[in-house]
Design a protein around this ligand. Structure first.
Ligand code: FAD
Length: 323
């Protein structure tokens, strides 16, 4: 293409930007509610925090991306909300990837170990090879020692008695200060930081920059705000969701709560039993339960996780299991 030709094409598009959406002048999407809290640390646990360093996009960016095929900008707010809700309901996920957010977090290492399993994010963590480990460890108050759950191997149920809690907290204080003392001693003796750190407890706080797109952030929040997630990481997820995402993309947050967090789905097996229940056919429901190995030949509930999950869903709907 000659230089003259190229110039005339650029001129044409510049003079009539609608002729080519690439040339339209755009303003960077800004969310006032998020700008207000940019850099502000939200305290989590005893010495952790989450703060937003930067972000890209907003509710409107999702809508804009979803409508790109029309080459049109955003429509009215209520239509935007409707489109976001449609996208969320139908698992159209890529428009949500158009938004990104970068956090600075301070997290105990055991909690960070769970966090870092979420691979669809970009991470830079404080290096305890390069720098002296952060002089802070997560502490547990006397009332906060949780008892191992009997039914759920990964969970806790209830709290230790006061007297036990007092002893546990005292011993924790002793252990943490001894570990730190030995670490500092090693450093003073000239031991390399990469080796001196090896006996620091998992309660030691670490810091990281964590950048993630909104789709993957919602996935993280869905898993980590859930009651099955460990309390400590759940606190981070709850604050991230309620204090940050809800302000950043309010329509997305509303749809996420409606269609993910506070919704339920039923498997093919559950649907068959439910159908029998709504038809008042208790015998069929029980026969199905037996055929799924949820019930013994005598119709008694067996130890079966899928059956228990179904019963929980029924309870959520105010229904009793037919067996
Ligand atoms: C309550 C709870 C208990 C857990 N218990 C354990 C445990 O006992 N042991 C244990 O090891 N882990 C455990 N985990 C971690 C869990 O198995 C996941 O590794 C973690 O939640 C990250 O989820 P993810 O892989 O979906 O997320 P991300 O890594 O953020 O990935 C998001 C999504 O991207 C896609 N994706 C990412 N990488 C790939 C890939 N390489 N190939 C294909 N698709 C990909 C997947 O669709 C994935 O769901 C637990 C998690 C929770 C919430």
């Amino acid at each position: 293409m000659s230089a003259e030709n190229q110039e005339s094409i650029i001129k044409e598009y510049t003079e009539s930007p609608e002729a080519n959406p690439v040339m339209e002048s755009l303003e960077r999407p800004k969310v006032a509610a998020l700008d207000e809290i940019l850099g502000k640390p939200f305290k989590v646990l005893d010495d952790g925090f989450i703060r937003v360093i930067d972000y890209m996009g907003s509710d409107e960016s999702i809508v804009q991306a979803a409508r790109v095929s029309y080459g049109k900008g955003t429509k009215k707010v209520h239509e935007d909300r409707g489109l976001i809700r449609y996208l969320m309901r139908h698992h159209h996920t890529t428009p949500f990837e158009m938004c990104e957010i970068k956090f600075h977090v301070r997290v105990p290492m055991d909690c960070w170990r769970q966090w870092i399993r979420h691979r669809m994010a970009n991470v830079n963590e404080y290096s305890t090879r390069y720098s002296v480990a952060i002089d802070s460890a997560q502490t547990t108050s006397e009332q906060e020692w949780r008892i191992q759950a009997s039914g759920n191997r990964q969970g806790s149920a209830g709290f230790a008695a006061d007297a036990e809690g007092k002893t546990l907290t005292e011993k924790e204080r002793y252990l943490q200060s001894l570990a730190r003392e030995i670490y500092d001693e090693r450093l003073k003796m000239g031991i390399a930081r990469e080796q001196a750190r090896k006996d620091l407890p998992l309660s030691t706080y670490t810091e990281a920059y964590w950048k993630v797109d909104l789709h993957n952030l919602l996935h993280f929040l869905y898993l980590r705000m859930d009651a099955h997630a460990q309390y400590e990481i759940r606190r981070y997820a709850e604050i991230m969701g309620q204090e940050i995402v809800a302000k950043w993309c309010p329509a997305v947050w509303e749809a996420f709560m409606d269609y993910r967090v506070n919704s339920n789905s039923f498997t093919r097996l559950e649907m068959e039993v439910l159908t029998a229940m709504t038809q008042g056919d208790k015998e069929k429901a029980i026969a199905l339960g037996k055929s799924f190995n949820w019930l013994s030949d005598a119709g008694e509930p067996k130890k079966n996780r899928e059956r228990a999950e179904f019963e929980d869903k029924l309870e959520g709907l105010g229904l009793k299991a037919p067996w």
